[in-house]
Design a protein around this ligand. Sequence first.
Ligand code: ATP
Length: 467
Amino acid sequence: MAEELTEYQGPATMEKITSLAKRRGFVFQSSEIYGGQNGAWDYGPLGIELKNRIAQAWWKEMTRLHDNIVGLDAAILMHPRTWEASGHVENFTDPLVDCKKCKSRFRADQIPEENLAGKKCPECGGELTDTRKFNLMFSTHIGPAEDSASVIYLRPETAQGIYVNYKNIIQSNRMKIPFGIAQIGKAFRNEIVTKNFIFRTCEFEQMEMQFFVQPGSDEQWFNTWKERRWAYYEKLGVRMNHLRWHRHGPDELAHYAKDAYDIEYAFPMGWRELEGVHNRTNYDLSRHTQYSGKDLQYIDQENNNNRYIPFIIETSAGLTRNLLMILCDAYDEEKIASEKKAVDGSGESANDSEEWRTVLRFHPSLAPVTVAVLPLMKKDGLAELAGEIRSELKEDFATDYDQAGAIGRRYRRQDEAGTPFCITVDYQSKDDGTVTLRFRDSMEQVRIPRAGLTARLRDEIKAYKRV
Ligand code: ATP
């Protein structure tokens, strides 16, 4: 295992990440022109590409690479009994205290003991209210009457949509235990404290997989999924010394869990949960059996029609929180010699001045733009040639085109967007059909024939290793 860090190391701070995210169109504050909406964020042109890429990587890993895991997209609005059965109506609460003086609101478990005991506001010293339970589920009404019979919840986790469909999926897809159901979708929680940018928000997305196993084999499967989820982040190119396991102690375990581990990441503000791997036992399916009156036992046809309620191993990751992790992990700053393109073999060299660059070292399979095509000049047919090359690449890669400003500045812009490859088109390209391929991380440039571009880029993506 990689050597463990004691704390985050690197140039990223939440301020820098938030400001870069806004400047380059990754993430905007929701409803900004009205002063912003707390706990909600909008994903801009680069952000939605990155989010889609992260979701696709997870989906591929969890469904395509496993013969016994299938996908689902359940509705956000579910029958309200679901949330009674799941325990959320009763138990999904945070302990809340308010300051009578400055009106600040805190989670009682997140303020210093002495403030809580002395009923003193940690911000202004004013008097605190008693601790009360605050349910994190958002509720609204469905239909024309706003009475208690019409209450409906925005789902606080995607998992329940999987449990209520488990029988449908066994029947329609002839699934045999052990098997899994994977789902990506929105979840909503009325979080009391939403700070640190998109880390904890009221509206977010989850990537969850529920794996149904025979009771007794649950501990073994729990370990298997812990290993697989760890290996996944390694494959994604995350710096593994920024990840660690945290096992839930008895006070932290959720009402449904027998055992739970979090994968934590060293964010700039400290180690925080990224994903949970939970042994949820047969709690959820037993409760849904009880509340729905439907028999949710599995019938094991290969073993004398043995009947049982399966145990569930859950892997639950935040998609939007993964995006923040990927941004923090990729963020780098470095001092470099001013960069120019080595023009058509005439040997124009970099001058001596130095500058700083900000670079997002995304794995190429996650980068919002894989390849940018840049004509050295707008004139003399170079723009047209570059446009043509970009069109050829569009089928296979996410592309960008930029002809505005000095070439060095254009490279800087692509570095900041995390684009791993730039293709520069110059006068020599017109003569001999070659182009320059420039690498984001090393800033190395090589001249290659235009004809082999697609294959070369594919190979580079496959062979990518972060330095
Ligand atoms: P916490 O204790 O931090 O509130 P949790 O333990 O309740 O989180 P889970 O219910 O296990 O979290 O949710 C699974 C995953 O969903 C988390 O690991 C996280 O990545 C993501 N997640 C949960 N709540 C939020 C939120 N408010 N905003 C963004 N992502 C979230």
